[in-house]
Design a protein around this ligand. Structure first.
Ligand code: ZN
Length: 498
Protein backbone atom coordinates (compact mmCIF):
# COMPACT_ATOMS: atom_id res chain seq x y z
CA UNK A 1 0.00 0.00 0.00
CA UNK A 2 2.85 2.34 0.75
CA UNK A 3 5.10 1.23 -2.06
CA UNK A 4 4.20 4.07 -4.40
CA UNK A 5 5.09 6.55 -1.70
CA UNK A 6 8.14 4.77 -0.40
CA UNK A 7 10.69 7.31 -1.69
CA UNK A 8 8.57 10.05 -0.26
CA UNK A 9 8.48 8.92 3.30
CA UNK A 10 9.30 12.39 4.51
CA UNK A 11 6.12 13.65 2.96
CA UNK A 12 3.86 11.01 4.37
CA UNK A 13 1.14 11.59 6.84
CA UNK A 14 2.37 14.87 7.95
CA UNK A 15 -0.44 17.03 9.14
CA UNK A 16 2.18 19.65 8.87
CA UNK A 17 5.16 20.71 6.89
CA UNK A 18 7.65 17.90 6.76
CA UNK A 19 10.67 19.85 5.69
CA UNK A 20 11.90 23.17 6.94
CA UNK A 21 11.04 25.18 3.86
CA UNK A 22 13.02 28.12 2.66
CA UNK A 23 11.12 31.39 2.65
CA UNK A 24 11.19 32.98 -0.76
CA UNK A 25 9.33 36.25 -0.77
CA UNK A 26 8.95 38.04 1.45
CA UNK A 27 11.14 36.56 4.18
CA UNK A 28 9.28 35.78 7.35
CA UNK A 29 10.19 38.34 9.96
CA UNK A 30 11.84 37.09 13.10
CA UNK A 31 8.75 37.94 15.07
CA UNK A 32 6.35 36.16 12.74
CA UNK A 33 5.31 33.71 15.40
CA UNK A 34 3.00 35.88 17.49
CA UNK A 35 -0.68 35.73 16.83
CA UNK A 36 -1.76 38.99 15.23
CA UNK A 37 -5.20 40.49 15.47
CA UNK A 38 -6.92 41.70 12.32
CA UNK A 39 -6.07 45.26 13.26
CA UNK A 40 -2.40 44.34 13.58
CA UNK A 41 -1.82 43.07 10.07
CA UNK A 42 1.91 43.17 9.37
CA UNK A 43 1.99 46.29 7.25
CA UNK A 44 5.75 46.16 6.95
CA UNK A 45 5.58 42.86 5.15
CA UNK A 46 2.84 44.14 2.87
CA UNK A 47 4.89 47.22 2.02
CA UNK A 48 7.83 45.09 1.03
CA UNK A 49 5.68 43.07 -1.30
CA UNK A 50 4.11 46.13 -2.89
CA UNK A 51 7.56 47.47 -3.68
CA UNK A 52 7.87 44.71 -6.28
CA UNK A 53 7.31 44.73 -10.03
CA UNK A 54 3.86 45.34 -11.57
CA UNK A 55 0.99 43.36 -10.13
CA UNK A 56 -1.51 42.81 -12.93
CA UNK A 57 -3.38 40.02 -11.18
CA UNK A 58 -3.53 41.90 -7.90
CA UNK A 59 -4.82 44.98 -9.71
CA UNK A 60 -7.43 42.97 -11.58
CA UNK A 61 -8.72 41.34 -8.41
CA UNK A 62 -8.33 44.22 -5.95
CA UNK A 63 -12.01 45.07 -5.84
CA UNK A 64 -13.05 41.41 -5.57
CA UNK A 65 -10.53 40.91 -2.80
CA UNK A 66 -11.86 43.79 -0.76
CA UNK A 67 -15.39 42.47 -1.04
CA UNK A 68 -14.53 38.84 -0.30
CA UNK A 69 -12.29 39.61 2.66
CA UNK A 70 -14.85 42.03 4.07
CA UNK A 71 -17.63 39.46 3.74
CA UNK A 72 -15.42 36.72 5.15
CA UNK A 73 -14.14 38.68 8.10
CA UNK A 74 -17.50 40.11 9.09
CA UNK A 75 -18.35 36.75 10.54
CA UNK A 76 -19.52 33.38 9.43
CA UNK A 77 -19.91 29.76 10.26
CA UNK A 78 -16.40 28.35 10.37
CA UNK A 79 -16.14 28.00 14.13
CA UNK A 80 -19.74 26.83 14.53
CA UNK A 81 -19.13 24.06 12.00
CA UNK A 82 -15.90 23.10 13.73
CA UNK A 83 -17.69 22.98 17.05
CA UNK A 84 -20.28 20.58 15.66
CA UNK A 85 -17.48 18.35 14.44
CA UNK A 86 -15.28 18.42 17.52
CA UNK A 87 -17.88 18.38 20.27
CA UNK A 88 -20.68 16.38 18.64
CA UNK A 89 -18.61 13.96 16.58
CA UNK A 90 -15.33 13.98 18.46
CA UNK A 91 -12.28 12.10 17.30
CA UNK A 92 -12.67 10.19 14.09
CA UNK A 93 -9.98 7.72 13.17
CA UNK A 94 -10.66 6.37 9.70
CA UNK A 95 -12.63 3.15 10.00
CA UNK A 96 -14.09 4.01 13.40
CA UNK A 97 -17.73 4.86 14.20
CA UNK A 98 -16.49 8.43 14.75
CA UNK A 99 -15.37 8.57 11.15
CA UNK A 100 -18.77 7.43 9.95
CA UNK A 101 -20.33 10.24 12.00
CA UNK A 102 -17.83 12.67 10.50
CA UNK A 103 -18.86 11.63 6.99
CA UNK A 104 -22.44 12.50 7.94
CA UNK A 105 -21.24 15.85 9.32
CA UNK A 106 -19.33 16.60 6.14
CA UNK A 107 -22.23 15.65 3.90
CA UNK A 108 -24.66 17.78 5.88
CA UNK A 109 -22.40 20.81 6.01
CA UNK A 110 -21.33 20.60 2.37
CA UNK A 111 -24.99 20.81 1.43
CA UNK A 112 -25.59 23.56 3.97
CA UNK A 113 -22.90 25.83 2.52
CA UNK A 114 -24.31 25.32 -0.96
CA UNK A 115 -22.04 22.73 -2.55
CA UNK A 116 -23.48 20.58 -5.33
CA UNK A 117 -22.76 17.00 -6.35
CA UNK A 118 -22.07 16.11 -2.72
CA UNK A 119 -20.94 12.51 -2.64
CA UNK A 120 -18.79 9.88 -1.01
CA UNK A 121 -16.41 7.53 -2.78
CA UNK A 122 -15.19 3.98 -2.35
CA UNK A 123 -12.18 4.50 -0.09
CA UNK A 124 -11.50 1.57 2.21
CA UNK A 125 -9.12 1.44 5.16
CA UNK A 126 -7.68 -1.18 7.43
CA UNK A 127 -8.85 -0.64 10.98
CA UNK A 128 -6.21 -0.26 13.67
CA UNK A 129 -7.11 -0.55 17.34
CA UNK A 130 -4.97 1.30 19.81
CA UNK A 131 -5.65 -1.04 22.71
CA UNK A 132 -4.01 -0.43 26.07
CA UNK A 133 -0.46 0.57 26.83
CA UNK A 134 1.83 0.75 29.85
CA UNK A 135 5.56 1.24 30.12
CA UNK A 136 7.58 0.99 33.31
CA UNK A 137 11.25 1.18 34.13
CA UNK A 138 11.99 -1.82 36.35
CA UNK A 139 15.66 -1.12 37.10
CA UNK A 140 17.67 0.66 38.36
CA UNK A 141 14.50 2.19 39.89
CA UNK A 142 10.82 2.03 39.14
CA UNK A 143 9.34 4.77 36.93
CA UNK A 144 6.03 4.85 35.10
CA UNK A 145 6.45 6.35 31.64
CA UNK A 146 4.02 8.41 29.55
CA UNK A 147 3.62 6.56 26.26
CA UNK A 148 1.20 6.17 23.34
CA UNK A 149 1.18 3.41 20.76
CA UNK A 150 2.17 4.50 17.26
CA UNK A 151 -0.39 3.99 14.51
CA UNK A 152 0.01 0.61 12.77
CA UNK A 153 2.08 -0.80 15.64
CA UNK A 154 1.56 -4.47 16.40
CA UNK A 155 0.93 -5.51 20.01
CA UNK A 156 3.28 -7.07 22.49
CA UNK A 157 0.80 -9.62 23.72
CA UNK A 158 -0.67 -9.34 27.20
CA UNK A 159 2.58 -10.21 28.96
CA UNK A 160 4.44 -7.42 27.25
CA UNK A 161 8.08 -7.15 26.34
CA UNK A 162 10.75 -6.86 29.01
CA UNK A 163 14.32 -6.02 28.15
CA UNK A 164 17.27 -3.71 28.38
CA UNK A 165 17.09 -0.46 26.52
CA UNK A 166 19.55 0.99 24.09
CA UNK A 167 19.40 4.71 23.31
CA UNK A 168 20.26 6.23 19.94
CA UNK A 169 20.01 9.83 18.76
CA UNK A 170 19.79 9.09 15.05
CA UNK A 171 19.91 6.42 12.36
CA UNK A 172 23.69 6.60 12.12
CA UNK A 173 23.95 5.64 15.77
CA UNK A 174 21.51 2.79 15.23
CA UNK A 175 23.47 1.47 12.27
CA UNK A 176 26.72 1.76 14.21
CA UNK A 177 25.29 -0.53 16.89
CA UNK A 178 24.20 -3.02 14.26
CA UNK A 179 22.44 -6.28 14.97
CA UNK A 180 24.90 -7.19 17.72
CA UNK A 181 23.96 -4.11 19.71
CA UNK A 182 20.25 -4.07 19.00
CA UNK A 183 18.99 -7.65 18.88
CA UNK A 184 16.59 -8.39 21.73
CA UNK A 185 16.82 -4.82 23.06
CA UNK A 186 14.20 -2.12 23.40
CA UNK A 187 15.47 0.73 21.24
CA UNK A 188 14.80 4.36 22.16
CA UNK A 189 15.18 6.99 19.43
CA UNK A 190 15.94 10.16 21.37
CA UNK A 191 16.11 12.71 18.60
CA UNK A 192 15.17 16.18 19.89
CA UNK A 193 12.94 18.39 17.76
CA UNK A 194 14.15 22.01 17.82
CA UNK A 195 12.10 24.94 19.06
CA UNK A 196 9.83 26.56 16.47
CA UNK A 197 11.41 29.31 14.45
CA UNK A 198 9.55 31.86 12.35
CA UNK A 199 12.32 31.59 9.75
CA UNK A 200 12.78 27.84 9.65
CA UNK A 201 9.50 26.42 10.84
CA UNK A 202 9.13 23.51 13.19
CA UNK A 203 11.72 20.89 12.38
CA UNK A 204 8.91 18.36 12.44
CA UNK A 205 9.98 16.81 9.16
CA UNK A 206 13.34 15.69 10.51
CA UNK A 207 12.01 14.66 13.93
CA UNK A 208 9.07 12.68 12.58
CA UNK A 209 11.32 10.53 10.38
CA UNK A 210 12.31 8.64 13.52
CA UNK A 211 8.67 7.91 14.19
CA UNK A 212 7.73 6.92 10.65
CA UNK A 213 10.86 4.91 9.84
CA UNK A 214 12.68 4.23 13.11
CA UNK A 215 10.64 1.25 14.31
CA UNK A 216 11.01 -0.58 10.99
CA UNK A 217 14.76 0.01 10.92
CA UNK A 218 15.22 -1.11 14.52
CA UNK A 219 13.00 -4.15 13.94
CA UNK A 220 15.20 -5.14 11.02
CA UNK A 221 18.12 -5.32 13.43
CA UNK A 222 16.14 -7.46 15.83
CA UNK A 223 14.81 -4.92 18.35
CA UNK A 224 12.14 -6.40 20.59
CA UNK A 225 10.29 -3.07 20.85
CA UNK A 226 10.86 0.56 19.96
CA UNK A 227 10.22 3.84 21.75
CA UNK A 228 10.40 7.13 19.87
CA UNK A 229 10.77 10.53 21.48
CA UNK A 230 7.60 12.49 20.67
CA UNK A 231 7.83 14.93 17.75
CA UNK A 232 7.40 18.11 19.74
CA UNK A 233 9.68 20.74 21.18
CA UNK A 234 7.66 21.33 24.35
CA UNK A 235 6.05 18.88 26.70
CA UNK A 236 4.07 18.59 29.90
CA UNK A 237 4.63 14.85 30.14
CA UNK A 238 2.63 14.52 26.92
CA UNK A 239 3.27 11.74 24.44
CA UNK A 240 2.37 12.46 20.79
CA UNK A 241 1.16 9.64 18.60
CA UNK A 242 1.56 9.37 14.83
CA UNK A 243 1.94 6.77 12.17
CA UNK A 244 4.81 4.36 11.83
CA UNK A 245 5.47 2.48 8.61
CA UNK A 246 6.60 -1.09 8.20
CA UNK A 247 7.67 -2.65 4.95
CA UNK A 248 5.25 -5.10 3.38
CA UNK A 249 6.16 -8.49 4.85
CA UNK A 250 9.09 -6.84 6.62
CA UNK A 251 9.95 -7.25 10.28
CA UNK A 252 7.82 -5.32 12.76
CA UNK A 253 8.15 -4.43 16.41
CA UNK A 254 5.76 -2.94 18.95
CA UNK A 255 6.32 0.81 18.77
CA UNK A 256 5.30 3.68 21.00
CA UNK A 257 5.88 7.40 21.38
CA UNK A 258 7.30 8.52 24.70
CA UNK A 259 7.12 11.97 26.29
CA UNK A 260 10.19 14.20 26.21
CA UNK A 261 10.49 13.79 29.96
CA UNK A 262 10.49 10.02 29.66
CA UNK A 263 13.01 10.04 26.82
CA UNK A 264 15.35 12.26 28.84
CA UNK A 265 15.00 10.07 31.93
CA UNK A 266 15.83 6.92 30.00
CA UNK A 267 18.80 8.60 28.35
CA UNK A 268 20.20 9.75 31.69
CA UNK A 269 19.73 6.34 33.24
CA UNK A 270 21.35 4.64 30.24
CA UNK A 271 24.45 6.80 30.69
CA UNK A 272 24.80 5.37 34.20
CA UNK A 273 24.30 1.69 33.42
CA UNK A 274 21.82 -0.96 32.29
CA UNK A 275 18.16 0.02 32.24
CA UNK A 276 15.45 -2.63 32.29
CA UNK A 277 12.03 -1.70 30.97
CA UNK A 278 8.70 -3.43 30.50
CA UNK A 279 6.29 -2.41 27.74
CA UNK A 280 2.77 -3.78 27.42
CA UNK A 281 0.92 -2.73 24.29
CA UNK A 282 -2.24 -4.41 23.06
CA UNK A 283 -2.70 -2.64 19.72
CA UNK A 284 -4.05 -4.71 16.85
CA UNK A 285 -4.99 -4.42 13.21
CA UNK A 286 -8.58 -5.24 12.27
CA UNK A 287 -10.57 -5.74 9.10
CA UNK A 288 -10.86 -3.52 6.06
CA UNK A 289 -13.92 -1.27 6.07
CA UNK A 290 -15.43 1.59 4.07
CA UNK A 291 -14.15 5.04 5.05
CA UNK A 292 -14.96 7.35 2.14
CA UNK A 293 -13.68 10.73 1.06
CA UNK A 294 -16.45 13.32 0.98
CA UNK A 295 -16.56 15.51 -2.12
CA UNK A 296 -18.69 18.48 -3.14
CA UNK A 297 -18.51 21.15 -5.83
CA UNK A 298 -19.30 24.70 -6.70
CA UNK A 299 -19.72 24.17 -10.42
CA UNK A 300 -17.93 26.55 -12.74
CA UNK A 301 -20.02 28.85 -14.91
CA UNK A 302 -17.72 28.84 -17.96
CA UNK A 303 -15.18 26.06 -17.52
CA UNK A 304 -16.83 23.55 -15.22
CA UNK A 305 -14.42 20.83 -16.35
CA UNK A 306 -11.47 22.75 -14.89
CA UNK A 307 -11.08 22.26 -11.17
CA UNK A 308 -9.66 24.17 -8.23
CA UNK A 309 -9.34 21.67 -5.39
CA UNK A 310 -9.71 22.71 -1.75
CA UNK A 311 -8.55 19.89 0.50
CA UNK A 312 -8.36 18.94 4.15
CA UNK A 313 -8.55 15.59 5.91
CA UNK A 314 -11.65 14.43 7.66
CA UNK A 315 -10.01 11.78 9.81
CA UNK A 316 -8.12 12.50 13.02
CA UNK A 317 -6.20 10.48 15.53
CA UNK A 318 -8.25 8.59 18.09
CA UNK A 319 -7.35 11.08 20.80
CA UNK A 320 -8.73 14.47 21.77
CA UNK A 321 -10.91 16.04 19.11
CA UNK A 322 -8.60 16.64 16.17
CA UNK A 323 -9.63 20.28 16.45
CA UNK A 324 -6.62 21.81 14.73
CA UNK A 325 -5.64 18.56 12.98
CA UNK A 326 -7.57 18.69 10.85
CA UNK A 327 -11.05 19.71 11.93
CA UNK A 328 -10.06 23.32 11.44
CA UNK A 329 -8.95 22.59 7.88
CA UNK A 330 -12.29 20.97 7.10
CA UNK A 331 -14.26 23.90 8.53
CA UNK A 332 -12.03 26.41 6.73
CA UNK A 333 -12.59 24.77 3.35
CA UNK A 334 -16.36 24.51 3.83
CA UNK A 335 -16.67 28.07 5.05
CA UNK A 336 -14.50 29.35 2.19
CA UNK A 337 -17.16 28.10 -0.21
CA UNK A 338 -19.89 29.35 2.12
CA UNK A 339 -18.48 32.89 1.88
CA UNK A 340 -18.51 32.83 -1.93
CA UNK A 341 -22.02 31.37 -2.00
CA UNK A 342 -23.40 33.94 0.43
CA UNK A 343 -21.99 36.64 -1.81
CA UNK A 344 -23.71 35.10 -4.82
CA UNK A 345 -20.40 34.58 -6.61
CA UNK A 346 -20.24 32.00 -9.35
CA UNK A 347 -16.69 31.07 -10.33
CA UNK A 348 -15.48 30.60 -13.91
CA UNK A 349 -14.04 27.17 -13.01
CA UNK A 350 -15.33 24.51 -10.63
CA UNK A 351 -14.24 24.76 -7.01
CA UNK A 352 -14.18 21.25 -5.56
CA UNK A 353 -13.89 20.55 -1.84
CA UNK A 354 -12.40 17.17 -0.95
CA UNK A 355 -12.32 16.03 2.67
CA UNK A 356 -9.88 13.15 2.56
CA UNK A 357 -9.96 9.88 4.47
CA UNK A 358 -7.16 8.40 6.53
CA UNK A 359 -4.47 10.96 5.98
CA UNK A 360 -3.08 10.04 9.34
CA UNK A 361 -2.44 6.35 8.95
CA UNK A 362 -2.27 5.49 5.29
CA UNK A 363 -3.30 8.24 2.85
CA UNK A 364 -5.97 5.88 1.55
CA UNK A 365 -8.30 8.74 0.65
CA UNK A 366 -5.63 10.52 -1.34
CA UNK A 367 -4.69 7.36 -3.21
CA UNK A 368 -8.34 6.65 -3.98
CA UNK A 369 -8.88 10.19 -5.27
CA UNK A 370 -5.85 9.88 -7.54
CA UNK A 371 -7.19 6.62 -8.99
CA UNK A 372 -10.77 7.78 -9.40
CA UNK A 373 -9.81 11.08 -11.02
CA UNK A 374 -6.74 10.03 -12.99
CA UNK A 375 -8.35 11.05 -16.28
CA UNK A 376 -9.05 14.59 -15.10
CA UNK A 377 -5.97 15.34 -13.01
CA UNK A 378 -4.54 17.48 -15.80
CA UNK A 379 -7.68 19.61 -15.63
CA UNK A 380 -7.03 20.47 -11.98
CA UNK A 381 -5.66 23.99 -12.35
CA UNK A 382 -4.65 24.32 -8.71
CA UNK A 383 -5.02 22.64 -5.33
CA UNK A 384 -4.59 23.86 -1.80
CA UNK A 385 -4.69 21.90 1.44
CA UNK A 386 -5.22 23.22 4.93
CA UNK A 387 -3.57 20.83 7.35
CA UNK A 388 -1.37 22.93 9.59
CA UNK A 389 -3.93 24.03 12.16
CA UNK A 390 -6.39 26.91 12.31
CA UNK A 391 -4.06 29.47 13.83
CA UNK A 392 -3.58 33.05 12.64
CA UNK A 393 -3.26 33.25 8.84
CA UNK A 394 0.36 33.38 7.70
CA UNK A 395 0.51 32.82 3.94
CA UNK A 396 1.09 30.12 1.36
CA UNK A 397 3.58 27.38 0.65
CA UNK A 398 4.07 26.06 -2.86
CA UNK A 399 5.39 22.63 -3.75
CA UNK A 400 7.62 23.38 -6.72
CA UNK A 401 10.22 25.84 -7.91
CA UNK A 402 10.18 29.61 -7.34
CA UNK A 403 10.29 30.22 -11.09
CA UNK A 404 7.19 28.11 -11.77
CA UNK A 405 4.40 30.22 -13.31
CA UNK A 406 1.98 29.21 -10.55
CA UNK A 407 4.31 30.58 -7.88
CA UNK A 408 5.14 33.70 -9.87
CA UNK A 409 1.43 34.44 -10.19
CA UNK A 410 0.86 33.77 -6.49
CA UNK A 411 3.68 36.19 -5.67
CA UNK A 412 1.77 38.80 -7.66
CA UNK A 413 -1.61 38.49 -6.00
CA UNK A 414 -0.49 37.54 -2.48
CA UNK A 415 -0.40 41.27 -1.70
CA UNK A 416 -4.19 41.12 -1.61
CA UNK A 417 -4.06 39.10 1.61
CA UNK A 418 -2.53 41.98 3.58
CA UNK A 419 -5.72 42.69 5.58
CA UNK A 420 -5.41 39.16 6.99
CA UNK A 421 -1.69 39.40 7.67
CA UNK A 422 -1.19 36.51 5.24
CA UNK A 423 1.17 37.88 2.59
CA UNK A 424 4.05 35.47 3.09
CA UNK A 425 4.95 32.85 0.51
CA UNK A 426 7.47 30.07 0.51
CA UNK A 427 8.54 27.16 -1.59
CA UNK A 428 8.39 23.93 0.34
CA UNK A 429 5.50 21.57 0.77
CA UNK A 430 1.80 21.54 -0.03
CA UNK A 431 -0.27 18.84 1.61
CA UNK A 432 0.19 15.11 1.99
CA UNK A 433 -3.27 14.45 0.53
CA UNK A 434 -2.34 16.37 -2.61
CA UNK A 435 0.47 13.98 -3.43
CA UNK A 436 -1.82 11.97 -5.67
CA UNK A 437 -2.33 15.04 -7.88
CA UNK A 438 1.34 15.14 -8.80
CA UNK A 439 1.01 12.98 -11.93
CA UNK A 440 -1.30 15.66 -13.36
CA UNK A 441 1.29 18.39 -12.86
CA UNK A 442 -1.21 20.23 -10.66
CA UNK A 443 0.13 23.36 -8.91
CA UNK A 444 -0.15 22.42 -5.23
CA UNK A 445 -0.21 24.75 -2.27
CA UNK A 446 -0.54 24.64 1.48
CA UNK A 447 -2.60 27.12 3.41
CA UNK A 448 -0.14 28.14 6.13
CA UNK A 449 -0.95 29.45 9.56
CA UNK A 450 1.21 30.54 12.47
CA UNK A 451 2.74 27.25 13.55
CA UNK A 452 4.40 28.42 16.74
CA UNK A 453 2.26 26.30 19.06
CA UNK A 454 0.87 23.63 16.74
CA UNK A 455 3.29 20.92 17.77
CA UNK A 456 2.58 21.44 21.45
CA UNK A 457 -0.76 19.69 20.92
CA UNK A 458 -0.33 17.91 17.58
CA UNK A 459 -1.45 14.25 17.72
CA UNK A 460 -2.29 14.45 21.41
CA UNK A 461 -5.41 14.33 23.54
CA UNK A 462 -5.01 18.09 23.96
CA UNK A 463 -5.92 18.93 20.36
CA UNK A 464 -9.31 20.23 21.42
CA UNK A 465 -11.65 23.05 20.45
CA UNK A 466 -10.59 25.32 23.31
CA UNK A 467 -7.24 25.73 21.53
CA UNK A 468 -8.95 27.26 18.49
CA UNK A 469 -9.51 31.00 18.18
CA UNK A 470 -12.88 31.53 16.41
CA UNK A 471 -11.65 34.69 14.70
CA UNK A 472 -8.58 32.95 13.34
CA UNK A 473 -10.50 30.09 11.82
CA UNK A 474 -12.93 32.53 10.17
CA UNK A 475 -10.09 34.64 8.78
CA UNK A 476 -8.47 31.51 7.37
CA UNK A 477 -11.72 30.76 5.58
CA UNK A 478 -11.71 34.27 4.10
CA UNK A 479 -8.12 33.69 3.00
CA UNK A 480 -8.94 30.43 1.23
CA UNK A 481 -12.13 31.92 -0.27
CA UNK A 482 -10.10 34.66 -1.93
CA UNK A 483 -7.38 32.27 -3.09
CA UNK A 484 -9.95 29.89 -4.54
CA UNK A 485 -11.82 32.72 -6.22
CA UNK A 486 -8.73 34.11 -7.93
CA UNK A 487 -7.49 30.71 -9.12
CA UNK A 488 -10.96 29.77 -10.36
CA UNK A 489 -11.47 33.12 -12.04
CA UNK A 490 -8.10 33.88 -13.70
CA UNK A 491 -8.41 34.23 -17.48
CA UNK A 492 -5.65 31.62 -17.94
CA UNK A 493 -4.79 28.63 -15.80
CA UNK A 494 -2.65 29.44 -12.77
CA UNK A 495 0.21 27.28 -14.02
CA UNK A 496 0.05 28.25 -17.69
CA UNK A 497 3.34 29.47 -19.18
CA UNK A 498 3.94 33.17 -18.69
ZN1 ZN B 1 -3.40 16.55 9.66
Amino acid sequence: MFARYAPLAALLLACAPQARPQPVMPPAPADSAPVVAASEAPAVVADKVEAKAPTPIADAFRADAERILKAGMEGGNAFAMLRRLTDHVGHRAAGSPGYTAAVAWATEHMKAVGLENVRTDGTQVKVWNRGQIAAEVLAPARHQLDVLALGNSPGTGPRGVTGDIVVVKDFEALDALGEAGVKGKIVLFNHAMPAYSGELGSGYGEASRYRTRGPARAAKLGASAVLVRSATARSLATPHTGVTLFEDKGKTAPAAAISLEGAELLSRLAEDGPVKLRLVLTASTGKTVAAPNVIGELRGREKPEEIVLLGAHLDSWDLGQGAHDDGAGCAIMLEAVGILKRMGLSPRRTIRVVLFSNEERGLDGSVQYGKDHAAELARHVGAIESDGGGFAPWGFSYEGKPEDPAFVRLSDFVTLFAPLGATRTMVGWSGSDLKSLEPGGVPRFAHVTDGATYFDIHHTAADTLDKVNPEHVQRNAAMVALFAWIVAELPVALGAPI
